[in-house]
Design a protein around this ligand. Structure first.
Ligand SMILES: [Zn+2]
Ligand SMILES: [Zn+2]
Length: 380
């Protein structure tokens, strides 16, 4: 018991310490997912203000473009396509972000929620075949080629959901850079995964502003100390309140000013493809617990990121009393999911985060005097 408490205190303390430690280098990737609104009434819908705010501080942006939206009514005036084209010449990147963000397998099913995913049906837990995924990716590439005149080099999975088949198609299509927060460093010999770390601007308001900025800075510095690279995500910029009243622009500006001051010449702003090329050969390690006890295994939760529920699987080699606890990134315990005797074998626990806000959470499994730790990301 005492040992367990010590291990948990050590975990909480190391997170706090990491947050304030000076770091050598940071490769910083800013990506903006879900570019192009399908909402015809919300204005402004220009990428220029956000881009200018980031560019003026040295930043590079990877625009995660949903191809189909380029040909939807809200965007047929071509204004955003023209802006995106221009941004390429300033060193920014356009990434293929799925095709349409509506799942073909559940879009006609009553009560289903087909939005967001399309390479794997999370509603019915059904995979798409190679041919089905290949078609989505081909159609997406065709639209980007016709409307913007580019062939992207990176892929961002819609809804952050993909599977082995997705990686195969990507390899065959020469989309060799992939961005997700799966644990895989190299998904196969070709496709390189550059993980995202977090999203802070999804629902940014005045009240959440300061805490959110403090949390982001701490998170970026601690992650950079561990891995040297951080991927920050922004989402659906044109339909969020924070973009319309410019809070996100102010927040991004303050964040980058602070990082520039802290890292000086040691911060390097890169697009997804730049970053993947720069760190190939020095894979990003997100292995938080190298000393794994032999008698149990804690798996990465699935799906991840998740909203609002996810499965946490673990395997016990012998009957054990276990504790499965969930913490926030500040080390505060959020939930004691399990505290009970379990039989040997595989077990699956559902974690429901319905009342929590978006962010990174930590889960730890303690059994037989050993603890294993993993991270999971709630994206609402
Ligand atoms: Zn998306
Ligand atoms: Zn579906």
């Amino acid at each position: 018991m005492f040992k367990r408490v010590l291990a948990l205190i050590a975990l909480a303390c190391s997170l706090v310490e990491l947050a304030y430690a000076q770091t050598e280098n940071l490769k910083f990737v800013i990506r903006v997912d879900d570019i192009l609104s399908r909402n015809t009434t919300i204005l402004p819908r220009s990428i220029i203000p956000l881009q200018d705010s980031i560019t003026s501080r040295g930043g590079k942006i990877t625009w995660g473009v949903i191809p189909h939206r380029l040909i939807e009514p809200a965007n047929v005036d071509g204004v955003l396509a023209t802006e995106l084209k221009a941004s390429l010449s300033n060193g920014h990147e356009i990434s293929l972000h799925g095709f349409v963000h509506i799942c073909d397998k559940c879009k006609n099913a009553q009560g289903a929620s087909p939005w967001g995913h399309e390479m794997y049906c999370t509603w019915f837990d059904l995979p798409f075949t190679y041919n089905e995924q290949n078609l989505l990716i081909e159609e997406g590439l065709k639209i980007l080629s016709e409307e913007i005149g580019i062939t992207p080099t990176s892929f961002i999975p819609p809804g952050h959901i993909s599977d082995e088949t997705t990686y195969e198609v990507l390899g065959d299509k020469n989309l060799l850079v992939f961005s997700d927060n799966t644990e895989a460093k190299y998904l196969n010999s070709n496709v390189f995964n550059l993980p995202i770390n977090d999203e802070y601007t999804w629902a940014l308001t005045d009240e959440a502003y300061e805490q959110n900025l403090t949390d982001a800075l701490a998170d970026i510095k601690s992650t950079a100390k561990e891995t040297g690279v951080y991927g920050l995500m922004l989402h659906d910029p044109f339909i969020r309140e924070g973009y319309q009243d410019a809070i996100v622009l102010r927040w991004m500006g303050e964040l980058l000013d602070s990082l520039n001051t802290y890292y000086g010449d040691n911060i390097e702003y890169l697009t997804l493809t730049n970053a993947a090329n720069a760190i190939k050969g020095e894979p990003v390690s997100i292995d938080e617990d190298p000393e794994l006890p032999a008698d149990f295994t804690l798996s990465q939760n699935f799906p991840n990121p998740f909203n609002p529920a996810t499965q946490i699987n673990f395997a016990l080699e012998k009957p054990s009393r276990i504790k499965l606890l969930v913490y926030d990134i500040q080390g505060r315990m959020i939930s004691a999911l399990v505290n009970a005797q379990y039989t040997a074998g595989n077990h699956s626990i559902t974690f429901n985060a319905g009342n929590l806000s978006s962010g990174v959470y930590i889960y730890t499994l303690t059994a037989n005097g050993g603890t294993q730790t993993k991270f999971m990301t709630l994206v609402k």
